[in-house]
Design a protein around this ligand. Structure first.
Ligand code: NDP
Length: 312
């Protein structure tokens, strides 16, 4: 069996950027774009509509267009792309072993860019109106909600941050909290409470996202104490109830933090296993942007290149 120099797992901005850099350094990377784990090839950008904040594209472009460009650029430098999921890894042997459902691969180094996925509410209408009012990223989509009333769901730091950010555009932001207190840090709580455009509905859960068939128009909510239901009109619903890193297959194989994100060194992309690197949202629950993911994907390729040449 051939031994690959470098296998990259994941096809979001981090994976493809790692591939572009590694391929141009003549490492002949093999990239697994994934089929079903963690969403789909292309990662979370496949779920967004317009991307206006990726530098270099002054007119903006759609998430899927952007990922098609990333892929094309990786292929231009002879990245071999495999349309399959890695389902099992053995990082305790050298070369490392990576398995798909029905094939085994060996590699001298690996870059993990499997990303994360937003946790959704799982209520009726939520999926239908994704990209048509329903979003999980205020930084990405907030701009499209100028002068509209917006609902944010969640009680953590993400929900507070998203709500505050959204007040730049929205006429009003209502935060729905399922308990009678917030989980967010005190400073973030204070910032939201002090913001005149933000109000809270406590003990409140979304039961259904309502719409006119094309766009969402509001939500049906329930007070989980009184069991009273009502409808709330809004042009947007931002779900901020956490993210889940796609790291299940790495449990016990490399160090993960308590939330399941891969732990890397300070200012580099080295994991706890020498020769295994990680970039993108799988190492980052704070910034979560295409451009930051691309940045750490680039770092991972440079780290891998350095590692491989030190072993020659
Ligand atoms: P968290 O897990 O901290 O908070 C999730 C929130 O969503 C909780 O309030 C939780 O409620 C609520 N929730 C979960 N499921 C549901 C549901 N089905 N319906 C309604 N509400 C629900 O996630 P975050 O994304 O907010 O933060 C993740 C990490 O990132 C944290 O460590 C946070 O501190 C950090 N972060 C830091 C920032 C900063 O410092 N600037 C910005 C953003 C994130 P409950 O409280 O009842 O469990």
């Amino acid at each position: 069996m051939d031994i690959q120099n470098l296998i990259i797992i994941g096809s979001g901005p981090a994976g493809y950027t790692a591939a572009i850099y590694a391929a141009r350094a003549e490492l002949k990377p093999l990239l697994f774009e994934g089929r079903q784990l963690g969403g789909q090839p292309g990662g979370q950008l496949m779920l967004t509509t317009e991307v206006e904040n990726y530098p270099g594209f002054p007119e903006g472009l759609t998430g899927p267009e952007m990922m098609a460009n990333f892929k094309k650029q990786a292929e231009r430098f002879n990245t071999e792309i495999v349309s399959d999921d890695i389902v099992e890894v053995d990082f305790s042997v050298r070369p490392f072993i990576l398995k798909t459902e029905n094939k085994e691969y060996k590699a001298n180094s690996v870059i993990i860019c499997t990303g994360a996925q937003a946790v959704w509410l799982g209520v009726e209408g939520e999926q239908k109106y994704q990209g048509a009012g329903v979003s999980a990223c205020a930084t990405c989509d907030g701009f499209f909600f100028k002068d509209q009333e917006i609902i944010v769901v969640g009680g953590g730091d993400s929900a507070m941050e998203e709500a505050n950010f959204l007040t730049k555009f929205a006429s009003k932001v209502t935060i729905l909290v399922r308990r009678d207190e917030l989980k967010a840090s005190k400073i973030m709580q204070r910032r939201s409470m002090d913001n005149a455009k933000i109000s809270f509905l406590w003990n409140t859960e979304v039961q259904e996202v309502l719409g006119d068939g094309n766009r969402m128009t509001g939500v049906k909510i329930i007070n989980n104490q009184t069991k009273e239901t009502s409808e709330l009109n809004a042009g947007g619903l931002f779900v901020a109830i956490g993210h889940k890193p796609n790291s299940d297959i790495f449990k016990g194989k490399i160090d993960l933090d308590e939330k399941g994100y891969i732990v890397v060194g300070q200012g580099n992309t080295k994991t706890s296993v020498e020769g295994i690197f990680a970039g993108g949202d799988i190492i980052d629950y704070i910034y979560r942007q295409a451009v930051t993911a691309a940045g750490t994907g680039c770092m991972a390729a440079l780290d891998a290149e350095r590692y491989l040449s030190s072993k020659e």
